[in-house]
Design a protein around this ligand. Structure first.
Ligand code: AVI
Length: 319
């Protein structure tokens, strides 16, 4: 059921269950301990992520924006005008603006977990592009979701930022399958994917000199403290990010600086000095590898764009 909010339509189709405390407990009960990267993004975490995107070492954002700007005409030819455009994890408004201006879709359907962010950014876009109908959908990708049916038309989805890399490959295939269903036959997906490259460059991007990525990682502990009564002390942890070359992924961890025990809610946990909590994986895919993944999900690769340094790729996939 759509609700009209100022300039936009807003939908919250499925009941989004808040499993925060339970997810934290289940992650910290595993060996090795792990927490889902989706819990990075409270207010502070989202601000820190915006800062990461501006860092000199963090090449993905500016490289993707340059690619989008350079090839905007290609996208409108491939995806067609007057289409229905979904955006997954509508985080960066700069990227979507490039695409909206090139494609001039009749409907824009941003999908995001954060209600406040979703409504605020949707209203701003609706204000700046008065010709655009905006249908904001609140969605948690880790729970079953569906979006309203908009009837016949050309459906395309946009999934920028290499966020697909934060899913385990099996889960990534599942999510791509859901997107294929969303856009239907003849539909397409424009997706940004970070490329494999040398270890040094990758590790520098996740261990920036200013320590913003470290603050982003450690903020997960502050986020837990703010939502659950606990005696967790973030100063007992440090940030590390390493490239796990055999698995093709950057791994972020929080390293326990001492032997410690802490309580979160009614549960107690122990950690040895040097033991870690695995907080994020960021998979990197060579073009061919990503094509394989996309095919497993029922897409076929139509076109791919990369920058001259081979840092980042944008794929257009078709169902
Ligand atoms: C959102 N995601 C694609 C980012 C990444 O690069 O995996 C999250 C991030 N983690 C540390 N820096 C940025």
């Amino acid at each position: 059921q759509a609700v009209k909010k100022e300039r936009i339509y807003y939908y919250e189709q499925h009941k989004i269950v808040d499993n925060f405390a339970q997810e934290i407990h289940s992650g910290l009960s595993q060996t090795p301990k792990r927490l889902s990267p989706k819990h990075f993004y409270d207010q502070k975490g989202s601000e820190l992520f915006d800062q990461i995107c501006q860092l000199e070492e963090y090449y993905p954002t500016r490289t993707e924006i340059a690619l989008l700007t350079e090839h905007a005409n290609d996208f409108s030819q491939l995806m067609g005008e007057q289409s229905i455009l979904f955006e997954l994890g509508s985080g960066s408004s700069l990227k979507i603006r490039i695409l909206l201006e090139a494609l001039k879709p009749s409907r824009y359907v941003p999908m995001d977990i954060s209600k406040e962010h979703l409504i605020a950014s949707s209203n701003q876009l609706a204000k700046d592009y008065p010709w655009l109908e905006v249908h904001a959908n609140r969605v948690d990708y880790s729970q079953p979701w569906e979006v309203p049916d908009f009837g016949p038309g050309r459906y395309n989805a946009f999934f920028p930022g290499s966020s697909i890399g934060n899913f385990e490959p099996q889960a990534a295939v599942k999510l791509l399958q859901q997107i294929a269903q969303l856009v239907g036959r003849q539909g397409g997906l424009l997706i940004g994917v970070d490329l494999k490259k040398d270890k040094q460059r990758l590790e520098a991007a996740y261990n920036d000199k200013k320590g913003v990525t470290a603050a982003f990682n450690l903020n997960l502990l502050h986020h837990i403290n703010s939502r659950i009564d606990s005696d967790l002390d973030a100063t007992n942890f440090s940030h590390t990010a390493i490239y796990n070359e055999p698995l093709g992924r950057i791994e972020m961890h929080l390293v326990s600086q001492c032997s410690q025990s802490f309580r979160i809610g009614e549960h107690c946990y122990r950690m040895q000095k040097g033991e870690t909590i695995h907080t994020e994986s960021s998979y990197k895919y060579a073009v061919k590898e990503f094509h394989q993944l996309a095919k497993l999900a029922g897409f076929y690769p139509e076109k791919v764009w990369t920058d001259t340094e081979q840092l980042f790729s944008i794929h257009y996939l078709k169902v």
